[in-house]
Design a protein around this ligand. Structure first.
Ligand SMILES: Nc1nc2c(c(=O)[nH]1)N[C@H]1C(S)=C(S)[C@@H](COP(=O)(O)O)O[C@H]1N2
Ligand SMILES: [Mo]
Length: 248
């Protein structure tokens, strides 16, 4: 069963990954690509289940170093000032299609019921690391804000930018409300470092590394991803055609 699932998803992932730029520009090929991605999402969920948990590891399996990747410091005047103040002034806005927009401080986030999980992070650039993450389930935060039934996606806006574009990511509601999807503020029992996304980052353990938005400053509930940045649902999806559904 596991082999079958892996083989199926592996071959579909290969299909979608092979479809890089040139193919991506052809409209017919794009349709096939996107249907392969939808098929991947459907298979992943049908065979694996909507609430199947990503594997969790033992403490002795934690990697000695959790390297940094992508942007490792937003390095804007605002961010630097917040970091100098120990992120006491950091707020996470929760807005969009919610009944009660929120602006949560780190103290408020830390006061919410938290989850701890030891999981493996897989980056498409070819490295993995096992880390222990601690933070509040996103489902709890969205419930506090009163998620509207018109919301279909949750968008994570980050404090950093590259090539003039802000980093952002998004999840559908199945992934956003999954029990291992958390807003983490601690890694390996220590507050997050700037390198790894301080003061708070997303962990969505059934997805590839680029979905795990660091430096989250705004969480927006939306009905469609079309009007947001490049419209493909994430920084790498916009600039390099990465799959929006990055299930592993
Ligand atoms: N805001 C933001 N989040 C980000 C990135 C980034 O550049 N900016 N890079 C992504 C990628 S590709 C990976 S693999 C992980 C790396 O997390 P780490 O720096 O803690 O290893 O963060 C993801 N989240
Ligand atoms: Mo990555």
């Amino acid at each position: 069963m596991i082999l079958t699932r892996r083989a199926l998803i592996g071959s579909l992932a290969a299909t979608t990954l092979a479809g890089c730029d040139a193919i991506g520009r052809d409209p017919t090929a794009r349709e096939i690509l996107f249907s392969a991605e939808n098929m991947h999402r459907w298979l992943h969920r049908t065979i694996g289940g909507r609430t199947a948990l990503a594997r969790e590891f033992r403490p002795d399996q934690i990697s000695p170093i959790f390297r940094g990747n992508g942007n490792q410091n937003p390095d804007t005047p605002t961010y630097n000032a917040m970091a100098a103040g120990g992120f006491a002034d950091w707020r996470i806005a929760v807005d969009g299609l919610v009944a009660r927009p929120l602006a949560l401080s780190m103290a408020q986030l830390r006061a919410m019921p938290a989850r701890t999980q030891i999981t493996r992070h897989d980056c498409v650039e070819g490295w993995s690391a096992i880390g222990k993450w601690h933070g509040v389930p996103l489902a709890t935060v969205l419930a506090a804000a009163g998620l509207s039934d018109r919301a279909r996606y949750i968008v994570f806006h980050c404090a950093d930018a590259a090539r003039g574009r802000p980093y952002y990511e998004s999840l559908d509601l199945v992934e956003a409300l999954h029990p291992q999807t958390i807003l983490a503020w601690a890694l390996n029992d220590a507050p997050l470092t700037v390198r790894n996304g301080a003061p708070v980052r997303l962990r969505c353990e059934r997805q590839l590394g680029y979905k795990h938005a660091k430096y989250v400053e705004r969480i927006e509930a939306v009905a469609s991803l079309k009007g947001i940045q490049g419209g493909m649902g994430g920084y790498w999806e916009d600039v390099a055609g990465y799959d929006w559904y990055a299930g592993i």
